[in-house]
Design a protein around this ligand. Structure first.
Ligand code: MRU
Length: 364
């Protein structure tokens, strides 16, 4: 997508710098800064401290991290050490393990000398695949938006609520939840997006920044506004992303997603999840019991970052001495999900739905 008229992906290998370049998302939406990752520690820190974030982008960054490590030392020992270092960065998004496993499985049979070049090509392939997957999610989601638009008075926007940032900067390009939105907007179908703020890290500001850059009408709302908007009939559909979806269709996503799904069910609003297949964890059946939920630092809750007169600053919002908890994700049970929008089509949030679309993956 474009930033100030220049097309970007959220990460790319820079041949001149011989390094991975990322958009350092900690400074968005106020400043657009790029970062060059030049050590394995820099890759790990970029994921842990959320310079890069969003399940698909975490996976792609980890794949490049493995390639980087193998260029330094292609031995089996160095490869396992890099795997462990990167795997420890964040626990919830399954794309991380998926990407690390894919690179490792491809490297194991190779002679160490062949690994660096092939690992880099594979990381590039993973990044390109992500773009293609998200574009296909956009086509399938667009059909859902068109179906809703067809039931509304001509010219009135389809009002879509989204939570967190499942946009192009959470992926390599297009985004997952936002891909159908961009496609609808580009096709001239009027849409209006309710952007949840998504405390504590306010990823909604990233979504608003993306939508504004692309000219998509939207309004930024507090997390607690969603239920009210749905009660008033001001939301036609919800589309969120996911960090890990079980083989049975339970959806783990940014904290607060579950409450939106409950409100959507109570108000008869369809609740869709944009799901790229690398985000399916085929080894897990019960999302509430089996998915590890990341606890993030207390400072993300006790403090808020934003633009101040002097630049970008941080203020404390909690009283001194109050304990703080920061669970970063929650699980929306499959029964609350209207449908999963995958690159192979839309299916029920159920084992039958997912295995019907992905028989090849479910069996392995
Ligand atoms: O903690 P984050 O910002 O990495 O969480 C991101 C989300 O929860 C997204 O909704 C999810 O990864 C889908 S991104 C296409």
């Amino acid at each position: 997508m474009k930033v100030n008229g220049t097309p970007y992906r959220s990460l790319w290998w820079d041949d001149a710098a011989d390094a991975l370049m990322i958009i350092d998302q900690r400074w968005l939406p106020h400043e657009f800064r790029l970062e060059r990752l030049g050590t394995l520690d820099a890759y790990a820190t970029a994921i842990t401290d959320m310079h890069v974030r969003g399940a698909p982008l975490i996976g792609a960054t980890a794949a490049y991290g493995m390639a980087f490590a193998l260029r330094q030392d292609p031995s089996d020992g160095a490869m396992s050490a890099a795997y462990s270092r990167l795997h420890a960065t964040r626990p919830t998004a399954i794309n991380l393990r998926w990407a690390l496993d894919r690179v490792t499985a491809a490297m194991r049979p190779l002679a160490p000398g062949d690994r660096p070049a092939i690992a880099l090509r594979l990381a590039q392939e993973i990044a390109d695949e992500d773009v293609a997957i998200n574009r296909r999610i956009g086509s399938h989601g667009l059909a859902l938006i068109e179906a809703i638009a067809a039931k509304k008075p001509a010219g009135t926007p389809v009002r879509i609520l989204t939570h967190c940032n499942a946009g192009w900067i959470a992926t390599v390009d297009w985004g997952t939840a936002t891909s159908p939105i961009y496609r609808a907007h580009d096709a001239g179908l009027p849409v209006h997006v309710w952007v949840d703020e998504t405390r504590p890290r306010n990823q909604g500001a990233l979504t608003a920044w993306e939508l504004a850059s692309h000219g998509v009408p939207h309004a930024y709302v507090t997390d607690n506004a969603g239920g009210h908007l749905m009660q008033r009939g001001m939301v036609d559909m919800v589309i969120t992303g996911t960090d890990r979806t079980t083989r049975t269709g339970d959806v783990c996503n940014k904290i607060g997603t579950y409450l939106k799904a409950l409100a959507a069910r109570d108000n008869g609003v369809p609740f869709y999840v944009a799901l790229p297949s690398p985000t399916i964890d085929w080894t897990v059946s019960d999302g509430c019991d089996e998915i590890p939920i990341e606890d993030r630092p207390a400072e993300e809750v006790s403090h808020v970052q934003g633009r101040t007169e002097g630049g970008i600053g941080c203020v404390q919002v909690t009283p001194e001495g109050s304990a703080v908890a920061n669970p970063a994700f929650d699980v929306t049970p499959a029964r609350l999900v209207t449908g999963l929008i995958t690159e192979r089509g839309v299916c029920d949030a159920s084992e039958d739905g997912l295995t019907g679309l992905f028989p090849d993956r479910a069996a392995s």
